[in-house]
Design a protein around this ligand. Structure first.
Ligand code: OXD
Ligand code: MN
Length: 597
């Protein structure tokens, strides 16, 4: 069947199942977007903010039970259970299809089913991928419109025969004739289901973020990671920046951090060291491909930011605050009496009176947060004051370095350079954060988040490690991005953070760039290469010498304990972890024992 017929047949098939009252195709025009926003205000689904403070901006309040991604209800329905692996919830695809046929039957009654054609990456880009989301949520439509490139141009590409991914989303709240709608329809029962073999996503019951904007975590990470495995590239949970040195040379750095480790802050870094500049290319997802010359190219497939509001403030991320000047949809933040918004961390002192994220009066004495901790902003990337001029370059940018970071109170130094691609992959596979802030020298319970992809890898994570190893083998010698591990969160014995973080992380970035240029020295440790204290640019920084030493301290006994935990983690995948990574672990132990004796 030709592309367009296939698409319309599928739309008809889903409509026959979900039984919406109307079907509306989204063309990506400003007029249609604005009409939908106005209608949502009329229906009480959005609150229009005061245009004097926040032009073109709106506040949505979700149902109090629908405030985050629901990982326990997220499934990989691959034919074979071992292809989902132990870190995903697996579901038998035949059984799951039967279940979903039940819950989706009539789920859009009384509502409009929107057909949203979207492109990940610029529509005509050589690495771009297309998808269609069918959804009965207007909130999802306006969000996808900001987060991706939506419009008829995508339908034209599909008509020409371009491949596309099918995604279906219903809030699971059909309306009886005459029934009044609620401001945030959703269902207690939720399913976010991925069929990797047929490249499909079916999401039911939630209207929130990653559960509803299927282009993002579901497509651009879970399904794309499967496409990437099959086609020899990488779909990663990484920010992407351009770093410009005082000499005017540009370098591109991608970085993976688990949620709540300052990813958006690094994506919009304002260096504290003179002469250095950072331009933003992406804040959450990076697709990385080797070219015919064995060099890696990186592309942010998204067009907007869906960022966590709390903690985003003038002192922590001024670029993000400036990005949000207008044309922003806020979800679950607090409302000020003057019709603007507020969240914890936006300003040091909260306003005297607010309406909290659930619509109740709030004062600083209320004893509860005014904004939900996972409250969000949805805004076009083009509004970021430091977005790179060429951020939409269809082929992406050549990649020079990859950073892996977790939130580690102990053990992991401020920065470590890997000694090879495979060693770097080993570092990526060990990303973790302490569950509790353990004391220096002991390893607490580690929450593993390899490559920051634990909730987002669409196939067996051990096979994913193997894929990373193989991709590196195809790169030209000397052309592979250099891999580093970073940790902004190490604490001293008294629990204090040892490193100021934020803009001062540029000092670490400077060392990384100088390593790539070949001009900065490094010391060998059992973990990899680290700067000696004198190799870091510490001008104007007031960190005591003992703290700097502690930031790079390697305690072999504690590291041998950590190696045992890494082995236990690898063992959860049975025999699937690549031999090359097991060998890296043994080599690490060997080096640790050598310094311990
Ligand atoms: C996100 C996440 O929402 O990683 O980006 O949880
Ligand atoms: Mn993310």
């Amino acid at each position: 069947m030709a592309g367009l017929e296939e698409l319309t047949a599928w739309v008809d098939e889903v409509a026959a199942l979900t039984k919406p009252d109307r079907i509306e195709w989204i063309d990506g025009s400003r007029a249609q977007h604005d009409r939908m926003l106005r209608q949502m205000v009329t229906e009480g689904k959005l609150i229009k903010l005061n245009p004097e403070w926040r032009p073109g901006s709106y506040l949505a309040r979700s149902h109090p039970s629908d405030v985050a991604r629901t990982e326990s209800r997220t499934f990989i329905a691959s034919q074979r259970e071992e292809d989902a692996g132990p870190t995903n919830n697996w579901a038998d695809p035949t059984e799951m299809r039967a279940t979903l046929n039940g819950v989706f039957d009539g789920s859009m009654r009384g509502r409009t089913m929107y057909v949203v054609p979207f492109s990940m990456g610029p529509v005509t880009g050589p690495f771009s991928r297309y998808g269609i989301q069918l959804t009965d949520s207007a909130y999802a439509v306006v969000s996808i419109d900001t987060m991706t490139r939506v419009g008829s141009a995508v339908v034209e590409r599909i008509a020409e025969g371009a491949p596309w991914v099918r995604t279906v989303h219903s809030v699971g709240a059909p309306l009886q004739p005459g029934q009044q709608d609620v401001s945030w329809p959703c269902n207690e029962e939720k399913y976010i289901v991925h069929y990797p073999e047929t490249r499909e996503v079916w999401s039911y019951g939630s209207g929130y973020g990653g559960n509803a904007i299927l282009a993002k975590k579901s497509f651009a990470l879970r399904i794309a990671s499967v496409l990437a495995r099959d086609e020899g590239w990488l779909a990663e949970h990484m920010l992407l920046i351009r770093v410009i040195s005082p000499e005017g040379k540009a370098y591109h750095v991608a970085a993976a951090f688990p949620s709540a480790c300052g990813k958006t802050n690094l994506a919009m870094l304002r260096p504290t060291i003179p002469g250095w500049r950072v331009e933003t290319l992406g804040d959450d997802i990076t697709w990385i491909r080797p070219d015919a010359d064995g060099r890696m190219w990186a592309l942010n497939p998204e067009a907007g930011f869906f960022g966590v509001a709390p903690g985003t403030g003038e002192s922590t991320n001024v670029a993000a605050v400036e990005t949000l000047w207008g044309n922003t949809i806020f979800t679950n933040v607090a409302l000020r009496p003057d019709g603007d918004v507020w969240w914890e961390g936006l300003t040091d002192t909260p306003p005297a009176n607010l309406i909290d994220w659930q619509g109740n009066p709030w004062t600083p004495a209320s004893g509860r947060p005014a904004a939900h901790p996972n409250s969000r902003f949805t805004v076009a990337a083009s509004q970021c004051p430091q977005i790179a001029e060429d951020w939409e370059a269809p082929e992406g940018v050549p990649l020079d370095a990859i950073l892996f970071g977790g939130r580690r109170a102990t053990n992991v130094p401020l920065v470590v350079e890997s000694t090879s691609w495979t060693h770097g992959v080993f570092l990526g596979s060990t990303i973790s954060s302490e569950r509790t802030a353990a004391a220096e020298g002991t390893v607490g319970e580690l929450r593993r988040d390899p490559f920051a992809m634990l909730p987002f890898c669409g196939y067996n994570m051990a096979d994913y490690f193997g894929h990373w190893v193989r991709v590196g083998q195809g790169l030209r010698y000397g052309a592979a991005p250099r891999i580093f591990q970073v940790n902004w969160f190490r604490r001293g014995a008294d629990g204090r953070y040892l490193w100021p973080g934020f803009g001062d992380n540029s000092r670490v970035i400077e060392w990384i760039i100088r390593r790539i240029e070949g001009s900065a020295p490094a010391a060998e440790t059992p973990l990899g290469r680290v700067p000696r204290v004198d190799d870091l640019n510490l001008e104007g920084l007031d960190v005591p010498a003992e703290d700097l030493a502690e930031l790079f301290a390697v305690d072999p006994a504690s590291w041998l304990e950590e190696a045992a935990l890494t082995e236990a983690f690898y063992d959860t995948f049975g025999t699937k972890v690549p031999a090359a990574l097991r060998a890296e672990l043994e080599a690490l132990r060997y080096r640790l024992r050598a310094v311990a004796s």
